[in-house]
Design a protein around this ligand. Sequence first.
Ligand SMILES: [Zn+2]
Ligand SMILES: [Zn+2]
Length: 310
Amino acid sequence: MRHYLAAILMSLTLAGCMSGENLPTSPRGHTGSVGPESIPAWYSKTPTFYAQFRSAVTVSRPSYTSGPFGLRRMSSTMILTSTGEPDHCSVYFCEGMVDPRDPCDPRWCLPPLWPWTPVLGKIEPQGFEFEVPVVQQLWSDTRIGYSHATETGCGPIGIAINGVALFDQHDAEGEDAATESVHFDTFNGHPTPDGIYHYHTNPIYLTVIGLPDGDPTADPARLVGVMLDGIPLYGPADCDGSTPVLERFFHGHYGPTPDDPSGRTWHYHVTLEAPYFVGRYKGKVLGKCLNTVGGLTTEISPNTPEDCDW
Ligand SMILES: [Zn+2]
Ligand SMILES: [Zn+2]
């Protein structure tokens, strides 16, 4: 991992996207109240926003739902489906100790500390169906707001634009997942015992410019994914290349993004320190994640306890 540090720092200075100079960072203000606060500006631009999810993700919107008296109205959710497999190489497409002279899969690549690290687990295709709200109610960044907000739990807390599940900062024992980083592959991911490939920390394939086998469109300020509360997650930099100043409790802020230069979209940021993605869910979690494997569907609720097998 160490050899990527220089690349990460360098790429932070190269960040660039549409600027939103001199725009307020919190145009709607914080009243300290608990409850509805804002409708993100990108609500009106969802086709453009969701177009950034790649072919690994199918985005659909149940355009109309049945209402009372036979009325039909627009659904307030988007559905993203994915097999959860990364669109980049990973040693976890193989199994056991891997002989580098005989790669078992063209997507194969080395873990950072090979050959001292055994390969634990294997990526298995999943049947994810993330349902996320397009309109949020946001908690204020106060202790009261925080106490109302939903904690992240084990399992997927969001989905990256390349279809990979985003997990929170804890490993299966509730410890900082960075302690597992010796088992992360080249791009900071690894699978659960059930084969669910996921990122806990900076998804460098998407955010660091110029990595070997990396994404040619990688950018530290880009959209990384969307969380179960429907709020977008961006890379470690803001549009002007600066490191964002985040709200104390929730790990995000108002400010310009490549998708909304007006600064009216509250959003999370990837950070290089825990909690990496989300403090608690800033938005009311109206969505859910279903996973269907082998004909069996399980629902991953937003606050699944940490003491699970992952
Ligand atoms: Zn993990
Ligand atoms: Zn930002």
